[in-house]
Design a protein around this ligand. Structure first.
Ligand SMILES: C[S@@+](CC[C@H](N)C(=O)[O-])C[C@H]1O[C@@H](n2cnc3c(N)ncnc32)[C@H](O)[C@@H]1O
Length: 249
């Protein structure tokens, strides 16, 4: 994901859910972070989830195991995660405030470290993994929503000379990870109307630098995109993500 997107944005989002936009998502490729996580984990695993947000993914998709720690640099997110944990009744899970880029966890402690749509420092992750441990990433790539970014002439990573997936891939190799694999993930999102789509674009950072965080979108460009990308009455947004995994030898 985009590394610069700031602390204040996530603090503001701490009590908010994407469900509000009624998006229907269709996955076109078959690499699934949680399927892999559940396959690699055992009942004795210690798992760290970096950039855990409100803990929704941990509580819904992470396996029952010895220990799960979810961390986020936003105290608001961690407050939400703790409230969600109390409601869930799940055991062996805790949440704490931590910056992914200044990791404060013991060396060689975790069996699996997960980072979904958040920034990481591969060298720090490597240190926190026990030998044989796995690092699993899912990220948002440069060509995410590319026709939208082309229509608006900008957005997340629009001018990046090297896609973030490649930067992260090299980061894992440089940190010493073995069996490093980078996998493209494509999905389609469908929006039922212009109003929902516009509200979505004004909330998420996809069009960062052009419009985001409540700034109004350019109505003419929005109409141009919708005219070219409406199928069966629904507006389509083509998403490009990546999966990345490595093992500490
Ligand atoms: C897009 S959300 C992803 C949340 C969750 N991992 C998921 O997949 O749904 C990104 C999260 O990363 C957190 N984050 C961003 N930069 C961070 C950093 N440097 N250290 C810790 N957390 C960070 C944000 O606060 C936010 O909760």
């Amino acid at each position: 994901m985009l590394h610069e997107y700031g602390f204040e944005y996530y603090e503001k989002m701490a009590h908010w859910s994407f469900d509000e936009f009624g998006i229907h998502e269709e996955t076109l490729t078959n690499w699934d972070l949680y399927e892999l996580l559940n396959r690699l984990a055992t009942k004795d695993s210690r798992i760290l989830d970096l950039g855990t947000a409100g803990g929704e993914k941990v509580l819904s998709f992470f396996p029952d195991c010895a220990e799960i720690l979810g961390t986020d640099f936003s105290p608001g997110m961690i407050g939400t995660a703790r409230a969600n944990l109390a409601e869930s009744g799940r055991k062996n899970i805790s949440f704490k405030v931590m910056d992914n880029l200044k990791m404060d966890v013991p060396d060689e402690y975790f069996d699996i470290i997960v980072a979904r749509h958040t920034c990481t420092d591969a060298a720090q992750v490597y240190r926190a993994l026990r030998p044989g441990g796995h690092f699993l990433i899912r990220g948002v790539d440069k060509y995410d929503c590319w026709s939208l970014k082309l229509t608006f002439g900008g957005g997340q990573e629009y001018d990046a000379p090297v896609p973030i997936s490649i930067v992260e891939y090299e980061g894992l190799l440089n940190a010493g990870f073995a069996d490093v694999e980078l996998i493209p993930i494509f999905t389609r999102e469908y929006f039922k109307d212009r109003e929902m789509f516009k509200a979505f674009l004004e909330t998420v950072p996809i069009l960062e630098g052009v419009c985001s965080d409540g700034e109004p979108v350019n109505e003419d460009l929005l109409d141009e995109y919708i005219a070219k990308n409406t199928i069966g009455g629904r507006i389509i947004l083509r998403r490009a993500y990546y999966g990345l995994k490595g093992r500490k030898a």
